[in-house]
Every structure is written in C-alpha cells, then in structure tokens.
Design a protein around this ligand. Structure first.
Ligand SMILES: Cc1cc2nc3c(=O)[nH]c(=O)nc-3n(C[C@H](O)[C@H](O)[C@H](O)COP(=O)(O)O)c2cc1C
Length: 291
C-alpha cells in the first residue's frame, strides 16, 4: 500500500515538474507570430508588408544617422534579418537559396543583432530582452548569446559614431572566410567582400521600404566588435548596420529627379545646397579611422 502511495506521489510530482518546465520553455509572448522558447525567439515569418516598388526604394535609400527615440518592431526586425540571410527557396539537394547571392553558394555570412533596452517592440508593452542575438536562417529565429544592453560598448568599438550608440538595434555582419576561400583560394576573399555588399544593400532597401533608416559602418575595431558580440574566432565582423526610425523622413520623387537630370544634361552642375553636416563628420571618420 505504502509503495503504491509513494509511486503515485512520485508520478504526480514528476508530472508537475514536467508541466512547469514545458510551460516555462514554451512561454509565448502573445504578439502575432512571435514565439519565445527559452533563449530562442522564433520570428514572425516574412511576408509582403511594404508598398514601395524596388525603384522607389532605390530612389529613397540614403544613409541615415539620426533616429527618433523609438523602438523598431519585431516584424521589422524579422524582415531585416530575412533580407540579409533568410531563405527564399528550397533549391533541392539540401540547398536553401538565400536572399542574397553567394559565390558557389558557400554562404560565408553570419548575422548578429545588438538589441538595446526597449529597442524592439514585441507586444503592446513588451520588448525583446536587450542583448546580442545570433540569426538562425534555417529557423528564421534569433538566439540570445549575451544578455544586456551593449550599445555603448559597440559605440566605443566603432570609433564613437553616435548613430551606433543611439540606434535601437545594430545588425553586425560577420564572415567565415574559410567557407569561401576553401573553394576559391585567395580569390574567395574578394568574393566574401562582394557578398557583404549585396547583403548590405538588401538591408538598406528593406529598411527604406519599412520607413526605417540605416547606415553602413565600415570604420570600427574588428577585435573590439568581436568581443562585444561574443562571436566565434573564425567569425570576422565586417559590416555594421545600425537601424532605427529616422528623425526626418527622407522624401524624393522621380519628378524632382527628372528636373535634376535635365539640369545636369544642360551642363549646369551648381546646386544651392549646403554641404551636409553628417557628411563632414563621416569624411573625418574615413580619413582618420584610428583616431
Ligand atoms: C564600405 C562602406 C563603409 C562605410 N563606413 C561608414 C562609417 O564608418 N560611418 C559612416 O557614418 N558612414 C559610412 N558609410 C556610409 C557612406 O559614407 C555613405 O554611403 C556615403 O556618404 C553615400 O551616402 P548615401 O549612402 O546616403 O548615398 C560607409 C559606406 C560604405 C559603402
């Protein structure tokens, strides 16, 4: 009799423990399609959510360095990551074609995201935990690799460019060169850099279409950035993209562009525009990357 009671009690306790563990691990943030399972965040799946045509996105794309103090949304983050390295097709034989081309489909790019405190809105009052996340293209998810707001560290590592500190998120593109040089030797190095350009342009265009802004950042201390994001030794940080809601929405039309071309075709190059302030600081950065 005693044995029976003991067995039933043990079974009930085990059941209860299992229930608590499973409900903790599958605790879902009740917001659209975002599911948080432990340290992994299954992102809302990509879909057609912007109205801009590709030519409008190209016209409107520009580097943005000033943001509103607003988060981006988890749907926007999902689209940015998908555009950088997400899957677009099951091409067969275990090959999943990605959003950007890759020499010999060697896919050297690994994507990290630095998320600031209340940087990504998940629900009405809910935000993604601040920290560093790594993108998993197969599951279209991100996994927390380091908890806490590390934007100030990233700002220091990127020559104190304020737009890195102030953006709600920064996408950090890393590359594992060996994946490509293993097939193409030395030439693979240039292929990796070309590929980063494709990915970067996707990020620019999708950010533009989502009414967000971004700027490509090439000036930073590689080792410092690697430390901030806790990347593996063979994952070399190459390109940063802080993303946020632009302080000033950028407007441009094809009509204005036609007038500009007409003027240029007449041979008149003078403009009455003042040089932009941010451009000057940027020139300084490029001239003195070690200052
Ligand atoms: C490889 C590369 C590195 C860059 N690095 C920086 C950078 O470290 N900081 C910055 O503010 N802008 C950087 N930029 C942005 C350029 O300054 C910007 O694209 C250029 O001024 C043209 O302006 P637009 O992007 O608005 O057309 C970089 C751009 C590229 C392509």
């Amino acid at each position: 009799m005693k044995t029976h009671v003991f067995l039933i009690a043990s079974a009930l306790t085990a059941g209860l423990v299992a229930y608590v563990v499973v409900s903790f691990l599958t605790s879902q943030i009740n917001s659209g399609d975002t599911v948080v399972v432990g340290d992994e965040v299954l992102l809302p799946l990509p879909s057609k959510i912007t109205r801009l045509t590709v030519e409008e996105a190209i016209l409107l794309r520009k580097s943005i360095r000033e943001w509103r103090r607003e988060p981006i949304t988890i749907v926007q983050l999902s689209m940015l990551l998908w555009a950088s390295q997400g899957i677009v097709e099951d091409a067969g034989f275990g090959w999943y074609r990605r959003a950007a081309p890759s020499a010999g489909a060697t896919y050297p790019v690994e994507v990290y995201v630095v998320v600031g405190e209340k940087g990504v809105r998940v629900g009405e009052e809910e935000f993604l935990k601040a920290g560093v996340y790594k993108y998993d293209y197969m599951k279209h998810s991100v996994r927390l690799v380091k908890e806490g707001d590390v934007r100030v560290d990233l700002w220091r590592a990127s020559l104190r460019q304020d737009w890195v500190r102030d953006a709600p998120i920064t996408i950090v593109l890393c590359a594992i060169y060996e994946r490509t040089t293993g097939r193409y030797g030395e030439r693979g190095i240039r292929y990796v850099h070309m590929e980063l350009g494709h990915v970067g342009q996707n990020i620019y265009l999708v950010a533009t279409a989502l009414d967000l802004g971004t700027v490509a950042i090439g000036a930073f201390y590689d080792e410092e950035v690697a430390k901030v994001i806790s990347s593996a030794r063979n994952e070399r940080p190459l390109y940063l993209f802080p993303v946020g809601v632009p302080r000033e929405p950028h407007r441009a039309t094809f009509e204005e562009l036609s007038r500009l071309y007409e003027r240029l075709r007449r041979g008149s190059r003078a403009t009455d525009l003042e040089p932009r302030g941010d451009y000057e600081s940027e020139i300084r950065i490029h001239l003195a990357p070690d200052s």
